[in-house]
Design a protein around this ligand. Structure first.
Ligand code: SF4
Length: 134
């Protein structure tokens, strides 16, 4: 969890690094000129994590899309890589319009180049076609 504080001198965030189980407590200060100061990390990966979380946060999106001719009505999917956090809501709107047809294999591309990010949406599990489907 991150705790943000905005002051006249700039921005301050405390967060736990989630890159490895050590869980270092990171502190990021961004001054009025936009200069970052990061403390609390024990390695370069943690420093990069803090910098990206403040300047360009990204997340892997996991959700479901509708599927026809399968035993379940929804297929679990995820993005093949992290996408900018600010695009998550729009990505959910796009995926709400998607419907695929069974059979589907884990890793199959469901939607290519989601919102021009260069990232695909892929199936998270196999889903067979049910017997008797038209
Ligand atoms: S800063 Fe480095 S050592 Fe600390 S939690 Fe992050 S990755 Fe692990």
């Amino acid at each position: 969890m991150a705790i943000d504080t905005q002051t006249d001198q700039g921005f301050y965030r405390r967060m736990t690094c989630i890159v490895c189980p050590t869980g270092c407590l990171l502190e990021v200060r961004k001054d009025a000129d936009g200069k970052l100061s990061i403390t609390g990390f024990q390695c370069r990966r943690g420093e990069m994590y803090a910098e990206n979380e403040v300047l360009n946060p990204k997340r892997v999106l996991t959700t479901t899309v509708r599927i026809r001719n399968a035993s379940l009505p929804l297929l679990p999917v995820r993005t093949s890589d992290a996408i900018p956090k600010e695009l998550l809501a729009e990505a959910m709107r796009v995926l709400a319009q998607v419907e695929v047809t069974a059979p589907v294999k884990t890793g199959d591309a469901i939607l290519a180049n989601l919102l021009d990010t260069g990232v695909d949406v892929i199936a998270s599990r196999d889903m067979k076609r049910i017997d008797g489907a038209a």
